[in-house]
Design a protein around this ligand. Sequence first.
Ligand code: 5RP
Length: 249
Amino acid sequence: MQSPTSSQQQDQEKKLAAATALHWVKDGMQVGLGSGSTAAYFISLLGEAMGAGQLRVQAVATSLVSEALARQAGIPLFEPRKGTRLDLTVDGADELDADLRLIKGGGGALLREKILATASRHVLILADSSKVVPQLGRFPLPLEVVPFALPWVLDTLEKLQANSVLRSDRQNPTEPARTDQGNVLVDCHFNQFPDPAQLARQLEAIPGVVEHGLFLGVAHTALVAQGEQVLVYKPGEAPRNIAEFTELP
Ligand code: 5RP
């Protein structure tokens, strides 16, 4: 169990990362909006900045929840078309390592998150300091699975020693949680996996696994708030203080 103080600190750090990200949103951008509590802080701050006339952007959201938050915040949403490249997607993460490899999908939005990240020129990840790990795998790795395929997917995961658990609906725990696409979620407790790329390939080869929560080579930058300071992570580089940057890193 987390102490209230550390969860309050995490919340402060999430807000700080979100406020910092706002400086990198430019007028006229098409922006991808992430999901989860950190992304929600960003959506609300972006809405405030737009309401104050400081910015005009159009957005696409990675979940129905974030779409609703964006509407409430007064952020105009648009339908992507063939050829649409988003200027910037801002999202959270469940874990990140020094190479900016991520585990995402704690909130169940991994499929749309990966779709928008892949359709973006720049993917900016916001995180509190608890999300940085030396090696991915402590956080259960989520998979989005077509319900029809579930028994066979679970069989294959057993062979991979995934210790998989079907995620339950929060409101109705006897029912499985459903994604925005109507699929189910399986959380894999590998504890650690030394080769995330190999694991990603193994998971992609299972029929019925629509998406997994490993985001490898997807994020360009992460802003990690640690206490009062914000560190900028780039793949394979030592973290640097935000004060060193005037442009989107
Ligand atoms: C949702 C996600 C979120 O970005 C991730 O779970 C982080 O959430 P939070 O900002 O609430 O810690 O991947 O699918």
